[in-house]
Design a protein around this ligand. Structure first.
Ligand SMILES: Nc1ncnc2c1ncn2[C@@H]1O[C@H](COP(=O)(O)OP(=O)(O)O)[C@@H](O)[C@H]1O
Ligand SMILES: [Mg+2]
Length: 575
């Protein structure tokens, strides 16, 4: 049974003009006009039997005009011209092979002038939405919630398409991004060999527990002190894993006049230190091919010893000894290095103990962080809490995890590869616009842009999540082909989303500021329709960053809280 049963007399009007994707309908029935709503759906008769075209109403206008000057030249009749502009979005086929009622996002025909146009509501709408839900539910469905147009129709996304070409989740603070992310995580966790890493910058996702989900935390000072390890869910990201460029960004001050020399010496000496490590460990195969960027540990004391020697080096000269080429030129770099090494907050990098210098450490790390569900009896959704990583090195550290992921995927023979998604919450913090970037951000951007452009080939998908779309790197956004936009109150941010939508849907973004909490505009190839969706609540809710000041100010205050804070601050340790 075809789901659409329209009677000609119910038509709201006839097609008056057609271009490639837009249609203008002359609305004859004023009562109908009043009921039309922007962003609701309409159905147009197609030139082909058994087909209907589906469109999104983008504009409704009513113009008064003067017409028909009577023969007597006096009597005037005012007429009204009521128009409705519709963007075509797909075709509904009564039958496609042996399947009935199939919706396609292609336009298989165009409407003809004078074709009837109907508004899609009541039973017809329910039938259509049900079709959408059933079509999409064939095996690869990712559910976000229900269509706002029809609260009974489940909105499915195509899970393959959602991850294939990267996705973006945007919305002002408190609009529901983290809950939406939790809803997605919850469903991924149900897949038997799911694989994803969630960059959780504030420990918001710690309440998400259950099969398929495990938690890690980048070591904070207290974890380092207690010598917690990866088996306790504590991660170290040792300095030797950083690329040469990342190390330079961290240790060399670009404004220092000796910066080029320092960077050059750094490259040479790290190379030497890695070589020594490999020689001492008898790693002959690796020795032949390694570069300064190879993931080979090296001894930091050895490096520091060399740098100090070079910094005070005396060489034979014509008249006795003279200062070596780099004498005194490394002082500032050495002191920067020393400061970092002794910074307790950076213990996860410099104070991982002997384990992290072990040649087998990297395999242990990748097994924990990149393993999929079921592999080694582990859970595949790894939520990594970065809340104790200082903000100045955050881009370097988050992108380091991304780099390790991408490298491992690249170096996996294609027949052994298993796809992985990186869910990047608060993305504006580590993938900012180039113009706002600092040197450490540049490193991070290079990595993420590379993944955005090439990730698909290697089965790495990005889900970029941010409250400030206008601060997120443009290249990253332009690589995303699915958008889940929640309420956005800032005009600049709305503009960014508007520009990312297809031209014909530009007007759809006008509703961004009016969306309710937990409501999203979903556009992209994973969604059958560009649609407004009310996101379901996730089972386990992320910690809300929202402090209820007024409520809190009516509760008793905890004892000694200030002296504890001051003490912690001094010891750099939250007790
Ligand atoms: N899908 C939803 N349904 C109902 N309430 C929601 C939904 N999503 C979010 N909320 C409410 O909004 C609050 C903020 O959501 P959250 O996801 O933390 O926002 P964001 O990450 O965008 O800052 C939540 O604590 C919850 O009360
Ligand atoms: Mg959030």
């Amino acid at each position: 049974m075809p789901i659409f049963n329209f009677r000609d007399e119910d038509a709201l009007g006839k097609v008056a003009s057609v271009d490639t994707t837009n249609v203008i309908v002359d609305v004859e029935n004023i009562d109908q006009l009043k009921r039309l709503q922007v962003n609701h759906l309409a159905v147009l008769q197609s030139s082909r039997p058994g087909q209907h075209l589906i469109g999104l109403i983008t504009q409704v206008t009513r113009k008064r005009g003067v017409e028909d000057i009577g023969n007597d030249g006096i009597s005037e009749q005012t007429s009204e011209l009521s128009l409705c502009k519709i963007t075509l979005i797909g075709t509904m086929l009564d039958r496609d092979g042996d399947r009935e009622n199939v919706f396609r996002r292609t336009l298989e025909s165009v409407p003809e002038i004078d074709a009837n146009c109907f508004s899609l509501d009541g039973k017809n709408l329910t039938g259509f939405m049900r079709t959408l839900s059933s079509v999409s539910a064939d095996g690869n469905a990712l559910t976000l919630g229900k269509y706002t147009l029809d609260e009974h129709a489940v909105a499915y996304l195509n899970g393959n398409k959602f991850f294939q070409r990267h996705a973006f989740i945007g919305g002002s603070t408190g609009s529901g991004k983290s809950w939406t992310t939790a809803k997605i995580i919850e469903q991924m966790a149900g897949l038997s060999t799911a694989n994803a890493i969630v960059f959780d910058l504030h420990g918001e996702y710690s309440p998400l527990v259950g099969q398929g989900i495990q938690h890690f935390k980048v070591a904070g000072p207290a974890d380092v002190e207690a010598k917690r390890t990866i088996d306790d869910g504590v991660l170290y990201l040792p300095y030797w894993l950083l690329s040469y460029e990342a190390l330079v960004a961290m240790f060399v001050d670009r404004s220092d006049q000796n910066a080029p020399n320092q960077a050059m010496i750094m490259a040479r000496e790290i190379n030497q230190a890695k070589q020594k490590y490999l020689e001492d460990g008898g790693q002959k195969d690796v020795l032949k091919h390694f570069t300064v960027d190879s993931p080979v540990p090296f001894n930091l004391d050895f490096l520091m010893g060399r740098l100090n020697d070079i910094n005070v080096e005396m060489v034979p000269g014509a008249r006795g000894e003279k200062q070596g080429d780099f004498n005194g030129k490394l002082s500032r770099m050495i002191s920067r290095l020393e400061n970092k090494i002794f910074d307790r907050r950076l213990g996860f990098m410099f104070n991982g103990g002997g384990d992290v210098l072990d040649f087998s450490w990297l395999e242990k790390f990748t097994t924990a962080v990149l393993g999929s569900s079921g592999e080694n009896g582990k859970a595949g959704i790894k939520i990594i809490n970065f809340s104790e990583v200082p903000s100045d090195v955050l881009p370097l550290i988050v992108s380091l995890v991304a780099r390790v992921t991408f490298s491992v995927q690249q170096w996996t023979p294609s027949e052994l590869r298993h796809p992985i998604a990186l869910l990047c919450d608060e993305a504006h913090l580590y993938m900012p616009q180039r113009s706002m970037a600092e040197s450490a951000d540049d490193i991070s951007l290079d990595i993420f842009e590379r993944i955005a452009k090439e990730g698909r080939k290697y089965g790495v998908s990005l889900v970029v999540i941010s409250q400030r779309p206008s601060e997120v790197n443009k290249t990253m956004l332009s690589q995303c082909s699915n958008f889940v936009s929640m309420r956005l109150t800032n005009a600049e941010d709305q503009g960014v989303i508007k520009r990312l939508l297809p031209d014909s849907l530009g007007g759809f973004s006008d509703i961004l500021p009016t969306l309710d909490t937990g409501e999203a505009l979903v556009v992209g190839d994973a969604s059958l329709l560009p649609s407004r969706i009310r996101i379901d609540e996730p089972k386990n809710k992320p910690n809300s960053g929202t402090v209820n000041f007024w409520d809190e100010w009516q509760k008793p205050v905890k004892d000694k809280r200030l002296s504890i804070a001051v003490d912690n601050w001094r010891k750099q340790n939250i007790q």
